[in-house]
Ligand binder design. Structure first.
Ligand code: PHE
Length: 517
């Protein structure tokens, strides 16, 4: 591939794997997973989330990599290359937009992490002895417009500088060594947290599923978070895959990344929830959860200052390796499709995304009262429209929910259809076999993309949208949800059986002879 050299490529197998894991592992695993799981009932949520990772996330991750490596293009260009002149490219465009929106609030949270990392060495963070001290401390930071904006800005600068240096220079190097260390620190935190007096309730919360908690909205949020945490549904892995060379084993990479990502999230849960219950806090704390809980755990550890300093630095690095993948998706589009020079694209986009993030940075403070409902003149809970749950969100929650619960799954839905049904199957299979000639799950993977992905995503989206409208104002919708749930369950069982049978019967037959090893 002649122009591939010029466009950039990963320098080694390990480099790519670290970068892909770096994209996946970030604020999502530690900050978002824990607060969202806490708000949505714990163990049952975790089960749905893990199921979504396995049944939808991993297959899509692989599909995106295949699409990227086959076309060597950004999400829009890649889709346009295989379906020229069709509307399919809008899926790529949706992804680029989702990336920009996601980064706009991601950077705000990463800014808070940065603030904690800078303050921890002075003992400030581990000096917070109780939730009663840590809560107001975090509120002071997040509600201060000047501090939130400053750290949001600093974080965007860091992201821009790395992405501007291009694929080899910046992204890979930033991704090395940090992940294992972060993991070890998290594990140490989990041990401390789980041995606090009264930690048992937190362990129960994560391990004892209460299935009555599984409403359609909870399932939607769990699925949305599976997309968020794996960085799928918006073409991140199309973009990263576009810098891949043939020797990479894509199925293996997908599994490894998903495994590490899930492990980190679960360990983060065990670092936070036992402590949270031990300190008598509520799991529904919201986006401040890690910032309020972890300092108190550090306070309880010998060498808390050191641990806290290391942890927040590594957490910051994890956020950075994710934010660079977000900016890379958006930048690759402007570079490939509009012919912008990398440095110009990255700078302009960085500034634009910083500006887009301003309302998110203010949402914990002066803009906290804003919501669509407030604009409609309906106070929360009053009037049918004002009661729609999305309409009650402040800007930060609104963007976060729309992107992860709707934009990423919609992108994923169409990517499943595209790769499963509408792309030349021989090309797809040949691309997977490059670098992994012994791949044994082709039939299963294709069937997951063809049937399960679209079916499950579609159902969860439909039910989730209907559930945004509360039953007291929209009783007929609640009824529809009940009926649909029953039908969907029956349909899923049928499809599951069909997929199992087809996979067993077709088995390995799809593996072309020339790839036999
Ligand atoms: N997966 C990243 C995280 O968990 C966030 C992300 C989402 C990055 C989508 C890229 C694309 O923090």
């Amino acid at each position: 591939m002649p122009d591939q050299e010029a466009r950039g490529a990963w320098s080694s197998k390990a480099g790519f794997l670290l970068a892909a894991a770096g994209s996946a592992i970030g604020l999502g695993n530690i900050w978002r997973f824990t607060y969202i799981m806490g708000e949505n009932g714990g163990a049952a949520f975790i089960l749905v989330y893990v199921a979504c990772i396995i049944l939808i996330g991993v297959p899509l991750f692989l599909a995106e990599l295949v699409l990227g490596r086959n076309t060597h293009l950004n999400p829009v260009g890649a889709i346009e290359a295989i379906k020229p002149g069709t509307s399919w490219k809008w899926i790529g465009a949706l992804g680029v937009l989702a990336g920009a929106l996601l980064l706009s609030f991601y950077s705000v949270v990463a800014g808070w992490v940065m603030a904690y990392a800078l303050r921890a060495p002075f003992g400030t963070i581990s000096g917070l002895a109780s939730p009663e001290e840590a809560g107001p401390y975090f509120d002071a930071l997040s509600s201060s417009a000047s501090q939130s904006l400053m750290f949001h800005g600093l974080f965007m600068v860091a992201t821009v500088v790395i992405v501007a240096r291009g694929i080899k220079g910046g992204i890979e190097r930033a991704s090395k060594i940090m992940m294992p260390t972060l993991f070890i620190l998290l594990a140490a935190l989990a041990v401390r947290s789980m041995t606090l007096p009264g930690a048992g309730a937190g362990i129960d919360f994560m391990l004892r599923p209460d299935f009555s908690a599984l409403t359609p909205s909870v399932v939607l949020i769990a699925m949305g978070h599976a997309f968020f945490t794996l960085s799928v549904g918006m073409g991140t892995m199309i973009t990263y895959g576009s810098y891949l060379t043939p020797e990479h084993n894509l199925p293996m990479a997908s599994l490894q990344v998903a495994f590490m990502d899930t492990l980190i999230a679960i360990v983060a849960g065990f670092a936070i929830f036992p402590a949270l219950f031990a300190f008598g806090m509520e799991p529904t704390e919201g986006p401040g959860l890690v910032f309020v809980t972890l300092p108190v755990v550090f306070h309880q550890m010998p060498g808390g200052v050191l641990f806290a300093s290391m942890f927040f630095v590594l957490f910051f690095m994890a956020a950075l390796t994710s934010s660079i993948s977000l900016l890379e998706v958006v930048a690759a589009y402007f570079i490939d499709e509009l012919g912008w020079v990398r440095s110009k694209a990255v700078l302009i986009l960085g500034v634009a995304i910083f500006l887009m993030g301003i309302p998110a940075a203010l949402a914990m403070g002066s803009w906290g009262g804003w919501s669509i409902a407030s604009m409609l003149g309906a106070t929360a809970g009053q009037g049918a429209l004002g009661s729609v749950s999305l309409f009650q969100d402040n800007w930060f929650d609104l963007i976060s929910n729309i992107v992860s619960d709707y934009m990423l799954p919609v992108g994923g839905f169409f990517l499943c259809l595209l790769v499963g049904w509408f792309w030349n199957r021989a090309t797809v299979e040949a691309e997977v076999f490059i670098g992994s000639p012994g791949f044994r799950f082709m039939t299963l993977w294709i069937n997951l993309l063809r049937w399960f992905g679209p079916l499950l995503i579609g159902q969860v989206l439909v039910l989730g949208i209907l559930a945004e409208f509360p039953a007291e104002y929209f009783p007929f919708l609640a009824q529809l949800v009940d009926t649909l749930q029953a039908w969907f369950a029956a349909l899923d069982i049928l499809v599951a059986l069909a997929v199992i049978v087809v996979t067993l019967v077709a088995g390995d037959k799809t593996r072309p002879a020339e790839f036999k090893n």
